[in-house]
Design a protein around this ligand. Sequence first.
Ligand SMILES: Cc1cc2nc3c(=O)[nH]c(=O)nc-3n(C[C@H](O)[C@H](O)[C@H](O)COP(=O)(O)OP(=O)(O)OC[C@H]3O[C@@H](n4cnc5c(N)ncnc54)[C@H](O)[C@@H]3O)c2cc1C
Length: 407
Amino acid sequence: MHGSIRSTATQADVDCIVVGGGPAGATAAEDLARAGRAVVLLDRAGRIKPCGGAIPPRCIRDFAIPDEQIVARVTGARITAPSDRHVDMATGRDYVGMVDREHFDEYLRRRAASAGASRVTGTFERIERGADGRPSVVYRTPEGQFASIAARVVIGADGANSAVAKSEVPSSRRNPFVFAYHEIVASPPDATPHFAADRCDIFYRRDFSPDFYAWVFPHGATTSIGTGSAVKGFSLRQGVADLRRATGLGDQITLRREGAPLPLKPLKRWDNGRDVVLVGDAAGVVAPASGEGIYYAMFSARLAAEAVDAALAGADARALATVRKRFMKEHGRVFFVLGMMQHFWYTTDARRERFVSMCRDPDVQRLTWSSYLDKRMAPFEFQSHLKIAMKDFAHLFSMISPWGQKV
Ligand SMILES: Cc1cc2nc3c(=O)[nH]c(=O)nc-3n(C[C@H](O)[C@H](O)[C@H](O)COP(=O)(O)OP(=O)(O)OC[C@H]3O[C@@H](n4cnc5c(N)ncnc54)[C@H](O)[C@@H]3O)c2cc1C
């Protein structure tokens, strides 16, 4: 059943309330404000989002991220196998931008406000509906008081533990999370072994992560050292302590320790069929295998802003269901492939060893970077795909040893 969004009984305070001011919420609020809609951006503020902060050029371009937000430019990745052998993968013509979420998120929120969104600080509590069925967002102010704002549509951009999702789209069961934890340390000098200010280091090793990967990401003056896992009982703190020791970064001053869940699977439903739609982590759009979520959060938010604008113009809530459809059409295949990859290659050290060795292949490197940097796969790459698939099979059935010799 698709209800009407437009209220006939009383006027809503605003067209849309966006709950959550991370990359998803700030993008949705900015786009809607630019479209001339009256929009409120509600964020609880006060906590820096734990994040490695790596964004591809596609994100920088599509969302006009200015140079001053890029605290480091990464031109390659070093992938290290359980045996300690590594593969260096240069990005080529482009770079990965590293952002500092403490400043990046606030920059995006300020940009939304300059476009015309009203910023409100408070914690989302619940959605109430009056006799006309129109949603009112009830929130707690920093002073502990309750307040509410009525809107025609609500966008839930309140992250992986979304309260909006729990209350409004309960049919969308939460998928299992990988929990990610990192420590922000003062960056070492550039000449330190296992560290370079323009390189992301990725480690595939059971003791660092039994089912995901661990990383060292440079951010200029600071560095993020982290790991992720969905395995109950695995100590993420111990994993990071071991990684720091192994990379000689154990003695760097620790500035912050923090963690958060990574929802690696899009929810089955993102809207309530009426007047609420979810975006970003709240909708579960972090890519499996890589844990990349910033670009996907912003992309889903842009689609939601377009859908909400269309729904407000035409008073038809069906537009909200197009957000998930359009997102999955664009990125569903990549999420599926990355999910398979994670489930197969990230499970044992023997497989991790083979996986890293496959990354030596120039075709693998080219396709990996083009799908990450541009979020696009050129059709003429079919031959390379085929070649990679054949090599994949050879590894899968252990027809060749991890580093290439026939067995
Ligand atoms: C350790 C770690 C490392 C990561 N590294 C990377 C990386 O290198 N690159 C990458 O692309 N992705 C990375 N990610 C994923 C990325 O951080 C997320 O996918 C991204 O932040 C999602 O954006 P979002 O706006 O949907 O949610 P969030 O960034 O989580 O924003 C949610 C917002 O909602 C607000 N909020 C929450 N609850 C309420 C409430 N009740 N009331 C009001 N406001 C509320 C919060 O304050 C926050 O501002 C990493 C994640 C983790 C945990």
